[in-house]
Design a protein around this ligand. Structure first.
Ligand SMILES: CC(C)(COP(=O)(O)OP(=O)(O)OC[C@H]1O[C@@H](n2cnc3c(N)ncnc32)[C@H](O)[C@@H]1OP(=O)(O)O)[C@@H](O)C(=O)NCCC(=O)NCCS
Length: 396
């Protein structure tokens, strides 16, 4: 019996704070006209204050996807968070989301493939399902790139926005869902789009701060040329791999980086009609790995995908990477009932927070009891600087 992976839930979340081109033109030497004509972007959403982070956006999108699927968080076997702006280098943002959702049965890990990351994660989730390692997998794309751009660099700060999108894939015996994927990379172009400092190669120092190496660096023209080439190639390849033609495709959902990239690659090179391309970058800018799941959610909500329709999700990004997936949209799934919503939102998610708090406190108590007060102090996430100037080697 063949096993398929079908999308049974989808959701998105974007911060409330809107940053318009007009506002940006008061921050750097740019104009609404330049940004609109060169990129197609009119405004973007950005996180507001320390309480909004990649994990909180991801959690909101994940809850919306669970609602849509009518599933409790405990049904998830795996959570994959694709992000280039994780909460920390480690632990994985996915683990923080797992804890917040109360997904007590789920494994969790982050995936880093920049703007292609969501489609990479979708391919990984599909692989887990068809190889019978998991039945139900949550795939999230989430970013807070506003925290990584230099707000004085007009070459990059006008492009990016924050947001999150999520889908749930589930095993099924009915044909459909993810039918083909194409994943590619070319590390010789790694320097074209990068965040040079903060990793093991260039740990943070006064020098990296002074040079602005902890901000996004990009060769826009080179990325543009690469993007227009691989988007068309990856789309063609994935359609062929699924045994279909472009005429069979109801909708292409491209990575929302720049309207001119979409125009050149999808419309001109593939001769694909505009009416069957989904675009929302004018309202959100480039939300990196979150752009495709956000666009997918909006496309479904707008009725642009009907059961049985074939769609291509295609992206490109730092790495350099590119990825495409061909999906067949599944049957409608039931909306969650009011009492399920009440149980999950009012009780389960609150209970999960309490449960998490209880586990943290319990660890502290155990540590205090078995190891003594001094070591308990060491296990804070951000250890305070030690008075003697020596680094503390804290571990949980
Ligand atoms: C970044 C991008 C919009 C620039 O558009 P472009 O048409 O290539 O513009 P150029 O790089 O030729 O710049 C033209 C001029 O505009 C200037 N410029 C750059 N950003 C500007 C801004 N925000 N406002 C006004 N002028 C700007 C440049 O300094 C340059 O001036 P110069 O000719 O005096 O040197 C475009 O290259 C792009 O979208 N690249 C892909 C980036 C991307 O998608 N990255 C994410 C990948 S996931």
């Amino acid at each position: 019996m063949s096993r398929y992976s079908r999308i049974i839930g989808w959701g998105m979340y974007v911060p409330e704070r809107v940053l318009t081109n007009e506002e940006l033109s008061r921050m750097v030497d740019t104009s609404d006209e330049w940004i609109r004509t060169r990129t197609g972007i009119r405004e973007r959403r950005i996180v507001n204050g320390p309480s909004e982070t990649t994990a909180t956006l991801a959690e909101r999108a994940a809850r919306a996807a669970l609602d849509k699927a009518g599933l409790p968080a405990t049904a998830l076997d795996m959570i994959i968070v694709s992000t280039s702006s994780p909460e920390h280098l480690f632990p994985a943002t996915a683990c923080i989301v797992q804890d917040a959702l109360g997904a007590t049965r789920a494994g969790a890990y982050d995936l880093s493939a920049a703007c292609s990351g969501f489609v990479y994660a979708l391919a990984m989730a599909h692989g887990l399902i068809v190889s019978e390692q998991a039945d139900t997998v949550m795939v999230i794309g989430a970013e807070t790139l506003s925290r990584l751009v230099n707000w004085q660099d007009r070459n990059t700060c006008v492009l990016f926005g924050d947001g999150a999108g999520a889908i749930i894939l589930q095993a099924s015996e009915t044909p459909g869902g993810v039918l083909a994927t194409v994943l590619g990379s070319d590390g010789s172009g790694a320097h074209l789009l990068s965040l040079p400092a903060g990793g093991s190669r260039k740990p943070p120092s006064f020098e990296t701060l002074r040079n602005g190496d902890h901000y996004i660096h990009m060769d826009g023209k080179a990325v543009f040329r690469f993007a227009t080439r691989v988007m068309a190639e990856a789309t063609r390849e994935v359609v062929e791999k699924a045994g279909l033609t472009l005429d069979d495709i109801a909708l292409i959902i491209p990575h929302q980086a720049n309207i001119r990239i979409i125009e050149t690659s999808v419309v001109r090179q593939l001769h694909f009609p505009w009416e069957r391309v989904f675009v929302n970058l004018d309202r959100y800018g480039n939300t990196s790995t979150a752009s495709i799941p956000i666009a997918l959610t909006e496309a479904v909500e707008a009725g642009r995908l009907q059961p049985g329709d074939y769609a291509v999700l295609v992206g490109f990004g730092a790495g350099l990477t590119w990825a495409a997936a061909l999906i067949q949209w599944g049957p409608e799934v039931p909306e969650v009932t009011w009492w399920q919503r009440l149980w999950w939102h009012v009780l389960w998610y609150r209970w999960s927070r309490l449960r998490s708090l209880y586990r943290r406190v319990r660890r502290r108590v155990f540590a205090f009891y078995f190891r003594g007060r001094e070591q308990v102090e060491q296990w804070r996430f951000t250890s305070p600087p030690s008075p003697d100037g020596k680094e503390k080697q804290g571990e949980e």
